[in-house]
Design a protein around this ligand. Structure first.
Ligand SMILES: [Zn+2]
Length: 304
């Protein structure tokens, strides 16, 4: 019942968000504020942004973009550089943090850029941008895109010296709570969205990296190969079989067995993962941080 009321509140907020985005949607509200890396990165805004701030944000975006390119190890990195990247800064105090809209447009709330977690959001959304550019219109399971983007966002935050925070604690909490039954349901939905879709994808990618078939340390480049295969027209199952010499179904079975074997044992569940040193909260109720993230991802989905 608690969760249901919470969900109602969430969807009511979502309605307000849709209205807010509609007001911001028209291109003429945005003026070019600065560019960086030649004309590649184009920062525009619906409000006045001092040039020094604009340039600093552009540099941060370029740094995160380069990190994602390096982690992904694309066969053809030229694809992610072929078109300009539009970067919009939203004024005001909307609840949205940031989102990617298709392969060429990224939106962030200007004031959120001052919070440290925004570095992770930057890397996360830019990972989506690069994946969408490589996929060239092909559809990849959303939980895997999210799992990939979230783990790269985490890796980016750690690479610039940040420490695990409340957000990581919430994700660790989800990682500890998932049952095999929930996982099966969530992983059967290739167009899912929301916190649990994000979380199961992240837990799955971490499982593949640390445990599946002995662990696949280079999981990000391997997932890039999968994306590149699909871009060439392969179906997901076939591309997966080719890359991992195992079926996606067998991964699902092994993952379910892992969740069953580590049920009620948080240390075993998180062993070796990015959450190993993070203490998971014990409450099952989503926190305010969860809600903010859910709004972020819901917005992302709405604007796909
Ligand atoms: Zn995402």
């Amino acid at each position: 019942m608690q969760r249901f009321r919470w969900a109602q509140l969430f969807f009511a907020s979502l309605g307000l968000l849709v209205a807010a985005f509609a007001a911001h949607a028209s291109d003429e509200n945005f003026k070019l504020m600065c560019t960086a890396d030649g004309e590649f990165l184009q920062v525009s805004s619906d409000h006045s942004v001092p040039e020094a701030r604009c340039k600093a944000i552009a540099e941060r975006a370029l740094k995160a973009y380069a990190f994602i390119t390096k982690q992904s190890e694309w066969k053809d990195p030229g694809i992610v550089r072929a078109n300009p990247l539009q970067f919009r800064l939203l004024g005001g105090n909307l609840k949205v943090l940031g989102y990617a809209k298709g392969p060429n447009l990224m939106v962030m709330r200007d004031s959120y850029m001052d919070e440290s977690l925004s570095e992770g959001t930057l890397a996360h959304e830019l990972a989506h941008i690069q994946d969408l550019r490589q996929l060239q219109g092909k559809r990849f399971p959303s939980f895997m895109l999210e799992g990939r983007a979230l783990t790269m966002g985490n890796a980016y935050r750690m690479s610039i010296g940040q420490k695990p925070n409340t957000y990581d604690q919430q994700m660790a909490g989800s990682a500890v709570r998932f049952t095999a039954g929930q996982a099966e349901e969530l992983l059967n939905e290739f167009r899912g969205q929301g916190w649990n879709n994000q979380a199961i994808g992240t837990v799955l990618v971490e499982y593949m990296r640390t445990k599946w078939n002995g662990g696949i340390p280079a999981i990000q480049p391997r997932l890039s190969r999968l994306i590149e295969g699909m871009a060439k027209g392969e179906e997901f199952e076939a591309a997966f079989q080719k890359e991992f010499a195992a079926s996606a179904h067998s991964l699902g079975d092994a993952f379910a067995a892992h969740l069953n074997a580590t049920k009620g044992n948080a240390a075993a569940r998180l062993q070796g993962t990015i959450w190993q040193s993070v203490s998971a909260p014990t409450t099952a109720q989503p926190s305010a941080a969860d809600t903010a993230e859910m709004l972020l991802y819901a917005a992302e989905w709405l604007d796909d």
